[in-house]
Design a protein around this ligand. Structure first.
Ligand code: AMP
Ligand code: MG
Length: 952
């Protein structure tokens, strides 16, 4: 808004600045003249109209009460006080006015006289211990109680007696009759009159030049025609299309805004304030402008919005004759922020200065009139035009002292907030503080406290180096930083770091040799037999050259043989590469070539081996698992085959690549061991459990399904692919297998429910690979023993966070990091974002893959140095997330085009390169490019599962 604003000439600028700093001084403007035709219907001023309207909206709310209170020590003359108050009421007709409602419109009726009875609340009789609380509660009720605008009066006064020499005095009026400035006048006049009555020396206050309704008449008269058009023209242009500022809230916005609120306070150090003044002076701006700029930066960093508005109350007493009037004059200036172009703080400050001065030049426009004239699409869930207010108070509140009484101002928290948030900066010689009023429908107290803490951190950084780009200024206070970086990442758990996966299984086989380890269709195998067969096969594989970091392709259907083969590869010291026979052949041979596998384990019934291996660059030995002698001499010594260390690879899994070619994620044993031992604790698995495994080996979550039971002494039943894709058959298998645990993607769980699966009260459900829709959670929860949301990319070993879902979870989160794992939610400068704010999700810790096979650049791009744990790495997931205040991580989608099909990752680049080879999908991709996620899914599904990616 500022870049193309006309330059203000020096003089005008100086004048405006003066106006700004000493708001309220008289300017040359037509003076309202008290011309009031007798019997004429009086109009409400614009702001009165709004106050009235707000009260109609929420008749039971005290949000629009304005109060002033003081605790006074000394002898209080109640009679003198009551007379003084009533004199003031008599003097200002606005305090004697009530508002009848005629045809839905307010009609002000001025009473000739109105009597305000000074209410006395006496607490002397109460025990000292409860006095303070009782008093606070009554004062609160007194201040908060709504006014009856129809019958009046619109003001009340009370005295709360703590002891004979100790009282709280409070005067409360509806905002339709007063404002903050008016409170000053009120206090002064009451004090003067009190003294005169107390000392019996009658005084005459200076007569008022006019009454409030004279101003209202003048305002109505003034704001029409050319004046209105000029002002309106300016503001219309300035505020056209200003977006709602959506601060990250703790709860969703209710359809209708309430004024339920609260306030938190934060000490503002005089040193910091002094530095802010210094900076402002150097930059020739007011401290208010510096504070507004800082607030805008904080809001920007919380919301990432570059465009929003902040409301600023101004006293609006430019007319000298209104200076001593009680009434509602305060106006709201709407200052639009422009955060574009990555400015430094200093650059932004200049923008804010220009914008503010310009706005001040147009400050007469009543906010209410503006809202009405702009014909905004009135959404009742938030205040119009701006949602955050900044009130910079640099005029001290009046010292309340009345004839021998010394008073201390008492602020009463009215538990209301007119806006989403209102920042009140008190910058006076007596008091320096930050207060935040916040809507309690949206925000928790802790959130408000953190906001102020963060504002302070930001201000400190600004004064230290105002030339910092606004994106780089730190915004997290030490406590919050510690919480998100350290406290919520305290996941240390001891585990055998030197052990390999197969060693854990071997140890289990020794503990429970006779127990059934694996069941597949009509076959089963005990722990001992499994171990022995695998050992024998491992020896044969070693003879073929399998050893540490040698990758062996596994091209098998799901069977006991498959499990034996996996274990054999590991025992031989090698790592396995899953090759799902259902995948397109060219994709499989690409992986085999990229992995440089010297050995392929397959079975005779899969007679695709020839096609799979014919174009490979490397020589490959095809090992047929079904020709392994079922009887014969087993090598029983596990040890002889033990050649890998925990740093060697356990498996390589290919995931979709953005360049169109899948990339091999290389996972070492240590990562798998850490993962499994963490899972054993949470979600938890015991030897009594029976896990039904439905997932293809090419999806890394099969690691949990196969090995978690085998290191625990539980039993795993493999279901064939055809069953896994058929809801009815799967439901039957869950029942017939006696499963107590099953893991699957949300798609599979939905498929089961759609097939009429009734659930199983003994079943623990692990669901992951894609976001868990709330409806799915709702449908699954009553149908199972436990429901867990599991989150994690292949690159950090299967799952990196977990959360047991309960019926009250809203939103459904991905929970907290698993053992020895860190989660970071960072901004584009790799700085942690505040709680509640969306950022990029990074994962650190022991689950990290070694690298992408043969892809050093991609590895460097995705596996970064962990800035918070020197010497460690973190993986950049491409996921978006935020922290909830309770430390849970809320997944919010992707920052790129990656999508999921049945839990499988597909990157856009891959879809596109597939197109080059296949015309049938080409048209669909035009749609993909228009970024229609539903169509993207369809295309990706075709490519992955129907094999259409092969050339036609
Ligand atoms: P993959 O490497 O196939 O495991 O895919 C990892 C990606 O799947 C993550 O980066 C997320 O985008 C997504 N993902 C996995 N689990 C979840 C979950 N529980 N909720 C939301 N997204 C998930
Ligand atoms: Mg995963």
């Amino acid at each position: 808004m500022t870049k193309d604003s006309p330059l203000l000439s020096g003089d005008k600028l100086a004048l405006l600045e003066m106006l700004l700093m000493e708001e309220g001084l008289a300017a040359e403007a037509p003076q309202p003249k008290p011309v009031r035709p007798p019997g004429a219907v009086l109009p409400l001023s614009f702001s009165q109209e709004r106050m009235w309207f707000m009260q109609q909206m929420q008749p039971d709310s005290g949000a629009y009460n304005v109060s002033i209170g003081a605790r006074m020590k000394g002898e209080l003359n109640l009679a003198a006080l009551e007379r003084a108050i009533n004199d003031v009421v008599q003097r200002h007709e606005i305090l004697r006015t009530r508002y009848e409602k005629v045809d839905g419109h307010p009609l002000p009726v001025i009473e000739e006289t109105a009597v305000i009875n000074l209410a006395l609340f006496d607490y002397q009789h109460l025990p000292l211990t409860s006095r303070e609380d009782e008093l606070a509660q009554t004062v609160y009720d007194f201040v908060k109680r709504p006014f009856d605008l129809v019958n009046g009066p619109v003001m009340r006064a009370g005295v709360f007696r703590y002891s004979p020499q100790d009282h709280v005095t409070a005067v409360v009026a509806h905002h339709i009759a007063t404002d903050a400035w008016s409170s000053f006048i009120l206090v002064q006049e009451i004090a003067a009159l009190y003294q005169s009555y107390n000392e019996n020396k009658p005084i005459q206050l200076e007569p008022l030049p006019l009454q409030y309704f004279d101003f209202a008449i003048w305002q109505r008269d003034h704001f029409q025609g050319a004046v209105l058009q000029e002002q309106l023209g300016y503001w219309r242009t300035k505020l056209a299309g200003v977006p709602v500022l959506e601060m990250p809230a703790d709860r969703p916005r209710p359809a209708i805004q309430t004024f339920n609120g609260n306030v938190v306070e934060h000490n503002l150090s005089p040193e910091l304030l002094q530095k802010l003044h210094q900076l402002s002076k150097e930059q020739k701006v007011t401290p208010f402008m510096t504070m507004l700029t800082a607030l805008e930066v904080l809001l920007y960093r919380y919301t990432r919005q570059e465009d929003f508005a902040v409301g600023v109350p101004i006293a609006n007493r430019q007319l000298a004759s209104t200076e001593n009037l009680i009434g509602t004059f305060v106006n709201m200036l709407v200052l639009r922020a422009d955060m574009t172009g990555e400015p430094t703080f200093m650059e932004l400050l200049q923008r804010v200065q220009a914008a503010t001065l310009e706005a001040y030049a147009h400050q007469d426009m009543p906010f209410e009139k503006l809202v009405a004239e702009m014909q905004l699409d009135r959404d009742m869930s938030h205040s119009p035009l701006f949602q955050i207010m900044l009130d910079y108070i640099n005029v001290p509140s009046p010292k309340i002292s009345m004839d021998g009484l010394e008073g201390d101002n008492v602020g009463v928290n009215r538990h209301s907030s007119k806006f989403d948030m209102g920042l009140i900066v008190v910058d006076t010689a007596q008091l320096q503080s930050l207060e935040l009023e916040y809507n309690t429908d949206l925000f928790d107290e802790a959130t408000a406290v953190r906001f102020l803490d963060n504002l302070e951190t930001l201000l400190e950084a600004i004064v230290a180096n105002p030339r910092t780009p606004i994106d780089e200024l730190p915004v997290l206070a030490a406590a919050e930083r510690q919480l998100v970086l350290a406290r919520w990442n305290e996941t240390d758990m001891a585990y055998p770091r030197e052990k390999c996966l197969h060693q854990l299984i071997e140890a289990q086989a020794e503990r429970t040799p006779g127990k059934t380890a694996v069941i597949s269709q009509n076959q089963s195998i005990t722990y001992q037999a499994l171990n022995q067969r695998a050992t024998q096969m491992a020896h044969e594989l070693q003879k073929l050259g399998v050893g540490p970091d040698v990758i062996v392709g596994i091209f098998l259907e799901r069977s006991i043989d498959m499990v034996v083969s996996l274990l054999a590869v590991l025992k031989a010291g090698g790592a396995y590469l899953p090759l799902d026979p259902a995948y397109p052949l060219d994709r499989l041979s690409y992986m085999l070539a990229d992995a440089q596998s010297p050995v392929l384990i397959t079975e005779s019934s899969l007679n695709l081996t020839e096609a799979l291996t014919k174009d490979l660059p490397q020589a490959i030995h095809v090992y047929l698992v079904d020709e392994l002698p079922q009887n014969g001499r087993y090598h029983s010594n596990n040890g002889s085959a033990r050649t890998a260390t925990s740093q060697n690879l356990a498996y390589v899994i290919y995931t979709s690549g953005s360049t169109g070619k899948p990339k091999g994620v290389q996972i070492p044993h240590q990562a798998v061991v850490n993962f499994l031992l963490s899972m054993q604790k949470e979600p938890g698995l015991s030897a009594e459990d029976h896990l039904l495994s439905v997932t293809t080996l090419s999806f890394d979550i099969a690691v949990l399904e196969l090995y978690l039971p085998l290191i625990t002494g539980a039993t795993v039943t493999l279901v064939p692919r055809t069953v896994a894709y058929d809801g009815h058959q799967l439901a039957q298998n869950i029942a017939s297998s006696g499963a107590t645990v099953m893991q699957a993607t949300p798609v599979t769980w939905r498929m089961l429910l759609d097939a009429g699966w009734a659930g199983d009260p003994d079943l623990k459900i692990l669901c992951g690979g894609e976001a868990m829709p709330p409806e799915l959670a709702r449908d699954l929860l009553p149908r199972c023993r436990e429901l867990w949301n599991m989150y994690g990319p292949t690159e950090t070993t299967v799952w990196s966070t977990t959360r047991q879902i309960t019926a009250s979870d809203d939103p459904i989160t991905i929970g907290h990091p698993i053992a020895n794992t860190q989660i970071y939610v960072l901004d584009k400068n790799k700085q942690p974002v505040p709680i509640g704010v969306v950022g990029d999700l990074y994962i650190g810790g022991d689950g990290l893959a070694r690298n992408y096979r043969n892809r050093p650049e991609l590895t460097a791009e995705k596996f970064l140095d962990d800035p918070f744990r020197p010497g460690s790495r973190m993986y950049s997931t491409g996921d978006l997330a935020r922290y909830l205040a309770n430390g849970e991580v809320d997944f919010l989608g992707r920052s790129d085009f990656q999508i999921k099909i049945r839990g499988f990752r597909v990157e856009l680049g891959e879809i596109e390169s597939a197109l080059v080879a296949h015309t049938a999908v080409r048209e669909a991709v035009t749609i993909v490019r228009e970024d229609r996620p539903g169509d993207k899914r369809l295309v990706a599904y075709l490519i992955l599962h129907e094999g259409v990616a092969q050339p036609d």
